[in-house]
Design a protein around this ligand. Sequence first.
Ligand code: MN
Length: 292
Amino acid sequence: MKHRTIEVVVPPPEPHFVGDGFRVHNFIPSAYRLDMERMSPFIMLDYGSKHYFPPSDTPRGVGVHPHRGFETVTIAYKGKVAHHDSAGNSGVIGEGDVQWMTAASGVLHKEYHEKEFSKSGGDFQMVQLWVNLPAKDKMSKPKYQEIPHSKMGVFELPEHKGSIEVIAGHYGDVKGPASTFTPLNLLNAKLKQGSQTVFAYPQNYNTGLLVIEGAITLNHTEQVPDNHFALLNNDGESFHIEANKDSIVLILSGLPIDEPIAAHGPFVMNTRQEIAQAFQDFHLGKFGHLDS
Ligand code: MN
């Protein structure tokens, strides 16, 4: 099996706030060349690195807004996030949990720090990833998957060297619980210091990783510190990770969706005309209703 080479290790871009609750570094699509085409099917990756929020009686977050044409995947590492959408779904996710919302034809939603977490304050750390949908599924029915930590597929590394938690796709024979529209793999590797692991996904799958905690050596050569994103080339299948400290690494690898992308704000479609239609439908109230 051929090794993938490393294209680049991207340091965290300057953070900005989404609403008043999400202090994020945007890697996809704005950092380096991590644009929507290069990283497809992953079209947005906002990383909220660990940040202390002081106690607040009013939960911080982002108010009602629409999405159409893709899925939002929220992965909580520290703190708790509450979600409500116009399809009637709601939930709270905490450390290790994932929320997978298929906006598809359109939803309104809001995302806030959970009430009790807001009141006590604390460290907050999370990832929000947008996964594109193929044209044929962009106008399908909205859907919601809440994936608690206890439901993850778990591959235990030998000698208590850590575990690989599979959210979607697979690691070896271990499968993740999320259902996806196109083939992709999304994993949290929780590695003890000194542990070594090999991952392998098809050469044409766009593949990268984000070091959430700790520090790793990638392919025996490249140091990747925490809060850095490593982009792998599509010139092989496998890559090698050695944990230099106890580490958590988010790994993404997916089959590109080879279709035109037209994106504007919260809408990601295939043509400008479909974007205009999304704005029109939103203003006509066709995304349903959600109280602020
Ligand atoms: Mn949103």
